[in-house]
Design a protein. Structure first.
Length: 323
């Protein structure tokens, strides 16, 4: 493993079982990951990052001596742009790969117009161009929609799909039997390595716009835990161990997020209170985890997540059946 790591670019990390983490470079270092799974000379990408991360994905193939036509599958966990914005562009470089996507997300990769407009409403035109670039459509004949329980072969290795709504209705997670690990997208939450302590990784649930459903998300996390995984491969960020402990912490924090939302629901300054309340929850949870960062540092490292999670909570709270 150490010998292989020495041959790889600095943004690629070799993991056990033929799995490679690729830092896509989105936002900051070790914020957004794509994964490359390699088995007997065949390969699959899970999540791609944005268009600007595609050169890194191709460089990972080159460093491993894998030809472009060695990639059988490109698998976004869902079609949010930090996970799937680069799918179309990547597919143009990988002529034999099929794009494997949740059935609710397939149409958005074939025609990304609605996907672009939805993200534009959240981020604005300047940020869209700076962070994502123009989306590239995927030809319909190259798109394969998944179903719950479906499996795909990778040179004899089995990848299995689970429908895991709650963060987004178009979200699936991928079970890798070879490593007993889940590629979880955003379902299992977000865990940045800056917050690791002697207690291990710390993870927060994500409620980004616009389809956050806390009870559904809780059921999806519990479903992932029911497989008793040894690893979870997070898009934000990297492989984590101790899934049972981390999952319990995510579920407990999710309950507190729900309570915060309901408490703020009718307040005139709801949006500001949600942002402040989320920071309070995260800071308190991190202190209990043994993290010594002050509130200002936590606010800086989690600024994007606090803003997006608050926006997603507003979308949820404005639905008639919330709570």
């Amino acid at each position: 493993m150490e010998g292989m790591q020495a041959l790889l670019p600095s943004f690629v990390e070799a993991l056990p079982g033929g799995v490679f983490t690729i830092d896509t470079g989105f936002q900051r270092d070790r914020f957004d990951a794509a994964y490359l799974v390699v088995q007997d000379g065949r390969a699959a990408f899970v999540d791609t990052g944005t268009n600007f991360g595609v050169p890194r994905l191709l460089a990972a193939l080159d460093a491993l001596g894998l030809a472009r036509d060695a990639v059988d599958w490109i698998i976004p966990t869902h079609v949010h742009l930090d996970h799937a914005g680069g799918v179309g562009l990547l597919a143009t470089h990988l002529p034999t790969a099929k794009v494997v996507v949740h059935p609710r997300g397939a149409r958005h990769l074939i025609d990304p117009t609605a996907l672009w407009q939805g993200a534009l409403a959240v981020y604005g035109a300047e940020e869209m161009q700076r962070s994502y670039g123009e989306l590239v459509a995927v030809p319909a004949e190259r798109v394969l929609a998944t179903s719950d329980g479906m499996t795909l072969p990778l040179a004899g290795r089995t990848l299995a799909f689970a429908d895991t709504a709650g963060h987004a209705k178009h979200h699936h997670c991928i079970w890798d039997e070879a490593t007993r690990g889940w590629f979880s997208g955003d379902t299992f939450g977000i865990s940045y390595r800056e917050f690791d302590t002697a207690q291990g990784p710390w993870c927060l649930p994500t409620s980004t716009p616009v389809q956050f459903e806390p009870e559904v998300l809780k059921a999806s996390v519990q479903r992932l835990l029911a497989k008793q995984p040894e690893s979870v491969y997070l898009t934000h960020y990297g492989r984590i161990g101790e899934p049972a402990r981390v999952g319990a912490q995510v579920l407990a924090l999710l309950d507190r997020v729900v309570a915060l939302g309901l408490a703020c629901r009718a307040e005139a300054d709801r949006d500001a209170r949600l942002r402040s309340g989320l920071l309070d929850l995260y800071a308190e949870s991190l202190a209990a985890h043994g993290c010594g960062f002050d509130r200002e540092t936590i606010a800086r490292l989690l600024a994007v997540d606090i803003e997006l999670n608050a926006q997603g909570m507003v979308c949820w709270l404005d639905r008639p059946n919330a709570g």
